[in-house]
Design a protein around this ligand. Structure first.
Ligand SMILES: Cc1cc2nc3c(=O)[nH]c(=O)nc-3n(C[C@H](O)[C@H](O)[C@H](O)COP(=O)(O)OP(=O)(O)OC[C@H]3O[C@@H](n4cnc5c(N)ncnc54)[C@H](O)[C@@H]3O)c2cc1C
Length: 324
């Protein structure tokens, strides 16, 4: 039987992130001896596993290759696991391939699912799905997704692992992050609002109304705290020198060559609902769309509700109702 270790690090506020907990949940569904490895300044107890290996201390609060790799290596050696699973955070993506090298193991990144023997991942921008297996151990799997986490009763046996750190040359002096009102991608939001290229197209008066579109979209995001997604056509416009919505980038793009976000609800506006876009909605449970065209892609079984209406009018009314 495989011995499975799930590695997780705490976030800036000392808690484990939702995706990190989801990897733990995914590992629980596998048959194997499951242990956890937690790294952070101070980590809390977690129920529902046999054993937790803990590396704690102020040096481990921030992401840094030297400390993250040393902590993960010490835990992997103490746990003696054959499979090591972790969320594909920037910290683990940077440190774990090096740890696999130190332990003569192998790493696979962007893993979507793991059934205990085979890992599944996409290649070539989600056009080819591959199922991989490896003979080498330890096998490190950096996952892009997991299962919804459920809390468990009970306390696991905790083993504190000592780490011999090398001299530290990297000092974390702070973070540079965009202002919150500019932060339009909110993975934990209840709702995804998708903006399509229709927002920039000529409307019934023969004119484009890009400024008004920007005001309506940003007003809705501020009032609803929704996350903002986009179609490829809309984010590509900036490269084509057309009038664009300045707060959108390719990071907002949802679809085959974009992101596959996981919000409970989605509302598409001025977006045609073509297949390469809608494949990015596969984890969105309740889907609605607003389009002038009753024959758009959303009407072909891709949305639960299609409002055949002018999105400028609907969003203005919605913002008014939300007090925006
Ligand atoms: C290999 C490949 C990969 C691709 N990957 C992606 C991807 O990852 N993501 C992606 O999005 N696309 C992707 N595409 C492109 C995709 O096929 C579509 O071209 C794109 O999604 C269309 O964007 P859109 O719906 O915003 O624009 P359009 O097709 O221009 O549609 C605009 C819509 O807005 C509506 N509209 C206009 N004004 C209003 C109004 N006032 N009120 C309501 N509705 C209005 C129109 O009726 C129209 O339906 C890919 C294509 C290929 C070939």
């Amino acid at each position: 039987m495989e011995k499975i270790l799930v590695l997780a690090h705490t976030e800036a506020d000392g808690t484990l992130s939702k995706p990190a907990l989801e990897v733990i949940e995914g590992a629980r569904a596998l048959s194997g001896d499951l242990v956890l490895g937690l790294v952070g300044e101070k980590v809390g107890p977690l129920g529902g596993v046999n054993k937790v290996f803990v590396v704690e201390g102020p040096e481990f609060a921030q992401g840094r290759y030297a400390t993250d790799a040393a902590a993960a290596e010490a835990i992997c050696r103490a746990a003696g696991a054959s499979i090591v699973m972790a969320q594909g955070t920037s910290r683990w993506m940077r440190a774990l391939p090096g740890v696999a090298q130190r332990l003569n193991g192998r790493t696979d990144t962007h893993v979507m699912a793991f059934n205990g023997g085979c890992a599944t991942r996409w290649f070539y921008r989600q056009r080819i799905e591959a199922v991989l297996t490896r003979g080498e151990r330890p096998w490190f799997l950096l996952l892009d997704s997991g299962l919804p986490y459920k809390e468990r009763e009970g306390e696991a046996a905790v083993e504190r692992v000592a780490v011999n750190l090398p001299p530290l040359r990297t000092r974390v002096s702070g973070f540079a992050v965009p202002k919150t009102e500019q932060q339009t991608i909110r993975p934990d939001a209840e709702l995804l609002l998708v903006a399509g290229a229709g927002w920039t197209k000529k409307q019934k008066d023969g004119q484009a109304h890009v400024e008004e579109a920007a005001k309506l979209i940003l007003g809705f995001l501020a009032a609803s705290r929704a996350s903002l997604g986009s179609s490829k056509s809309l984010v590509d416009l900036s490269g084509e020198g057309q009038a664009v919505l300045p707060f959108l980038s390719h990071l907002n793009q949802v679809g085959q060559t974009g992101a596959t976000p996981r919000h409970p609800k989605g509302l598409a506006t001025c977006c045609h609902g073509e297949e390469p876009h809608v494949v990015g909605w596969r984890f969105i449970q309740e889907r609605r769309a607003i389009n002038l065209d009753a024959n758009c892609g959303w009407s072909r079984g891709k949305a639960d509700v299609l409002y055949v209406a002018d999105a400028f009018e609907v969003m203005a009314k919605l913002n008014q109702m939300l007090g925006g």
